[in-house]
Design a protein around this ligand. Structure first.
Ligand SMILES: [Zn+2]
Length: 126
């Protein structure tokens, strides 16, 4: 079985979903779903913060997909720190010059300021 990636709602780490069968006597009664990074146990399948929940390609038709790409271009994803003018990257860390703290390329915040598109193209893609 392939590993399922999650973005843990508890520790915030990109981790894997641990799936362990739960037995009552010798009868399998369910599964225990937990975070491989912090061990947090999710209440149910619905509570698991699957990393690619919105991007399962097989459930979208070709038409849906091109629509998705347009939305991507127009906004949402462009709020990521990676596209922000305050985003500074060096070999050791990604840094927000506005909040003076370490950030991830995929973080977003309300102080987002779009960077020069030419500039953002020079930034490495993670
Ligand atoms: Zn976790």
């Amino acid at each position: 079985m392939s590993a399922v990636e999650i973005l843990c709602s508890e520790c915030g780490a990109e981790a894997f979903l641990n799936r362990e069968p739960v037995y009552e006597g010798f009868t399998k009664t369910g599964e225990r779903l937990s975070c491989s990074a912090c061990g947090f146990v999710f209440a149910s399948e619905e509570a698991v913060p699957f990393k690619e929940a919105a991007a399962a390609p097989q459930i979208f038709t070709e038409a849906d997909r091109s629509k998705k790409v347009r939305v991507f271009d127009e906004g949402e994803q462009l709020m990521f720190c990676r596209y922000c003018a305050s985003y500074v990257v060096n070999p050791f860390m990604q840094f927000c010059s506005h909040h003076k703290k370490e950030v991830q390329a995929t973080d977003s915040c309300s102080d987002f300021r779009p960077s020069d598109p030419e500039e953002s193209l020079k930034k490495p893609v993670f």
